[in-house]
Every structure is written in structure tokens, then in C-alpha cells.
Design a protein around this ligand. Structure first.
Ligand code: UDP
Length: 248
């Protein structure tokens, strides 16, 4: 079931259900793509119709972050839970091991995908990682060719938003994978090059504050989170729709 949160149609599912959906795509016949919009991305989608269409055309739309869950709650259309992209990416690994699915890691700075692959293999020795490439390439069609040549079944696309969503949407017909997912900084997180917040901060929904302290240059982008919440409050109390000409 889809839940509309300020125009982005999220799958209202638990992590367990998301993994089951991912598994079903692996045994299906089409190329499915999964997006993981957080509040920053959802706020961008509020004012950017093509990005919104791209998110809403995905086969799986996961609510990445406490901001989205809070926004949905304010709008009185609560989501079952946060389904963070990085956790979905990790929870799918045993499924690939079981099915023998070949995983390709694309994105982040040179060396990071290789490190993430090592970390994954430490925990999941039967996992098949059929290739890695950094996210700073010029020729997209060459990258598509290499991924197909590696006979990948699953592709993790970690190029940041909206680059990763455009990459998946634009190449889904050429890529011979069953499942691909746009996962932002997931490879950095798994590789350990960018640390996740301590558990207590995640529990208190303060992961955003940790990232802000670590990377103050993110402030401009992160201001989209309170703006997103404000837009939800305004819509809830005034029944007001925010479109591209009506910035909050
Ligand atoms: N990135 C990339 N190619 C680019 C731009 C960014 O591979 O052209 C990578 C970047 O190195 C980082 C990831 O995309 O690993 C996500 O970046 P960001 O922190 O902006 O995303 P978030 O985690 O907030 O979605």
C-alpha cells in the first residue's frame, strides 16, 4: 500500500516486508528499481516535478529517515516505520547469498566501494560481489556496459540524489539487472569512511545532528528537513498544497 507524503508515494511497509519485496524482484523478470527518499529529497521533490515523477515511478519507495516518518504522522497518514536505505542494503545481503545473486557496487570516491565489499564479505562470506566502480565517471554508457559484462543481478547505486535516481531511471532498460537501489552514502557508511551516529543518537532520532556536526557544509541542504516538516504542518492545519511556485 502506498502512502502519499507531500506528493511522494511511499511504500508503507516494515523492514521485513521491504526485504521480502526485494527478494521477489530478484526472482522476477523485469528490472525493478528502489529509491530511498529522506526528508531532504522529499522536500526537493515537492518543488521539482521531474524528480518527484522519477521517485514515484520506482517499484519500491522506502521512507529513509525519521523526518519522513514524522511528516507522515503530522499529515495523519502514519507510516509503519522508518526503513533506512543502508539497513535495507545490509539486510538484503543474506538473500543474495541464499539465491546466489551477483551484486555490483557503484558509487562514492575511489577505493570506497572496494572497502565496502571487503566489509560485506567479512560478514557474508558466500556473497558474490561481481564488481565495483567509483561514482566519478564521465561516460554513463560505458559504466552500463561494464555492469552488464559483470553479469550483475543487483546494483547498488550510490551517487547521491538526484544523480543516482536519474541514472537508474535513464538506464533501466539497458541494464540486465533484476534489482537496483539508489542508496546515497551507504557505501561510505559500510566502508566506515563516514561513520554513522552512535546508537543512542540514532535511537533519539538525532542522526541528522551528528551528520551536521561532522559536516557543517551540509547545513544548507539540511535546512530542507525543517522546511519539509513545516510544509507538512501547513498542509495539515491549513489544507494547503505546496507546489513548485509556492516555496516554504
Ligand atoms: N557521489 C558519487 N558521485 C558523484 C557525487 C557523489 O559517487 O558525482 C557519492 C559521494 O561520494 C557519496 C555519495 O555519493 O559517497 C552520497 O553523497 P551524499 O553524502 O551527498 O548523499 P546522502 O548520503 O546524503 O544521500
Amino acid at each position: 500500500m502506498k502512502t502519499d507524503v507531500l506528493g511522494v508515494l511511499y511504500d508503507n511497509i516494515t523492514m521485513e516486508e521491504a526485504v521480502a519485496a526485494g527478494r521477489a524482484f530478484l526472482t522476477g523478470s523485469k528490472t525493478a528499481y528502489c529509491v530511498t527518499p529522506n526528508a531532504e529529497m522529499a522536500y526537493e521533490a515537492l518543488h521539482n516535478e521531474s524528480f518527484r515523477t522519477l521517485l514515484n515511478s520506482a517499484d519500491l519507495v522506502l521512507p529513509d529517515g525519521a523526518g519522513v516518518v514524522l511528516g507522515a504522522k503530522i499529515l495523519k497518514t502514519p507510516l509503519k516505520q522508518k526503513v533506512a536505505g543502508i539497513e535495507f542494503a545490509q539486510n538484503m545481503l543474506p538473500v543474495y547469498e541464499e539465491l546466489g545473486s551477483r551484486l555490483y557496487l557503484l558509487g562514492s570516491k575511489p577505493g570506497v566501494a572496494e572497502l565496502a565489499a571487503e566489509r560485506m564479505l567479512e560478514k557474508h562470506p558466500k556473497l558474490i560481489i561481481c564488481g565495483t566502480a567509483d561514482g566519478y565517471f564521465k561516460d554513463e554508457s560505458e559504466v552500463v556496459r561494464i555492469i552488464n559484462e559483470a553479469a550483475a543481478d543487483v546494483l547498488y547505486v550510490c551517487l547521491g540524489a538526484p544523480k543516482q535516481e536519474f541514472f537508474m531511471f535513464n538506464h533501466k532498460d539497458e541494464l540486465n539487472v533484476r534489482l537496483m537501489a539508489g542508496l546515497g552514502g551507504t557505501l561510505d557508511g559500510i566502508a566506515g569512511t563516514v561513520k554513522r551516529a552512535p546508537k543512542w543518537m540514532i535511537r533519539l532520532q538525532l542522526e541528522w545532528l551528528y551528520r551536521l556536526i561532522k559536516e557543517p557544509r551540509r547545513l544548507g541542504r539540511m535546512m530542507r528537513l525543517p522546511k519539509f516538516i513545516l510544509a507538512a504542518i501547513k498542509k495539515r492545519w491549513k489544507g494547503k498544497e505546496y507546489g513548485k511556485t509556492d516555496r516554504v
